[in-house]
Design a protein around this ligand. Structure first.
Ligand code: VGL
Ligand code: ZN
Length: 206
């Protein structure tokens, strides 16, 4: 893999694995795939969904509301999620079997109680930067390979924002799994294609 490329491992946390707060079907099956391809990358960045317990995206913080309903917030429509990835809990920890010792940065996101952040680059208010674009630009990185959870939320938003920030972006599809709610996965792939995001299988990496 060329030295101007980085692997972005999105939210490979217990909260999105079977048994987690916001379990993604088969989510843990991405871990061996990531472990196999990670040695190809000199540059690896991880993200970690990292919510305070009073986070606005949790249905439990909206009396009378149920997970997977949507509400209107000042920045737009917000899906209400089951409580997941609360700061400092096991649910928020990266999977123990993940082997990416060379990872150089962990971007935590979703820590502002009133704003969600699917994207590793820009929070859901579409204004607040996480600093990731500036970091990657400063490191001379021009291409971003994305994997992790969930394809249709955090991976998709991160890949589209990578393009908007001027990076080449490629989603490694067998190293991702989706929530796939109300057609969200099909919609995500269409948005990704429209944004010029590539889509490959891990076996195509060399
Ligand atoms: C995610 C919903 C809420 C994700 C995070 O990692 O895709 N989805 N928080
Ligand atoms: Zn979250």
């Amino acid at each position: 893999m060329n030295i101007a490329a980085a692997l972005l491992v999105v939210d490979a946390q217990y909260g999105f694995m079977p048994g987690g707060g916001l379990a993604v079907a088969d989510g843990d099956s991405i871990v061996p795939v990531i472990n196999q391809m990670a040695p190809l990358f000199a540059n690896v960045v991880l993200t970690q969904d990292w919510h305070p317990a009073n986070h606005v995206s949790f249905a439990a913080n909206h009396p009378g509301r149920q997970p997977f309903e949507t509400i209107a917030l000042p920045y737009g429509e917000q899906v209400l999620w089951p409580t997941h990835c609360v700061q400092g809990t096991r649910d928020a920890a990266l999977h123990d079997d993940l082997r990416v010792p060379q990872a150089q940065l962990i971007i935590r996101k979703g820590f502002h109680s009133e704003v969600d952040s699917y994207s590793a680059f820009v929070e859901a208010d579409r204004k607040t930067s996480t600093g990731l674009a500036a970091y990657l630009h400063a490191r001379g990185i021009t291409s971003l390979y994305l994997c992790g959870l969930a394809t249709d939320y955090c991976v998709s938003w991160s890949a589209q924002d990578a393009r908007a920030a001027g990076f080449e972006a490629i989603v490694i599809e067998d190293a991702c799994r989706a929530i796939d709610m109300n057609g969200s996965l099909e919609k995500a792939w269409a948005s990704l294609a429209a944004a010029g995001v590539g889509r490959i299988h891990s076996s195509q990496l060399a």
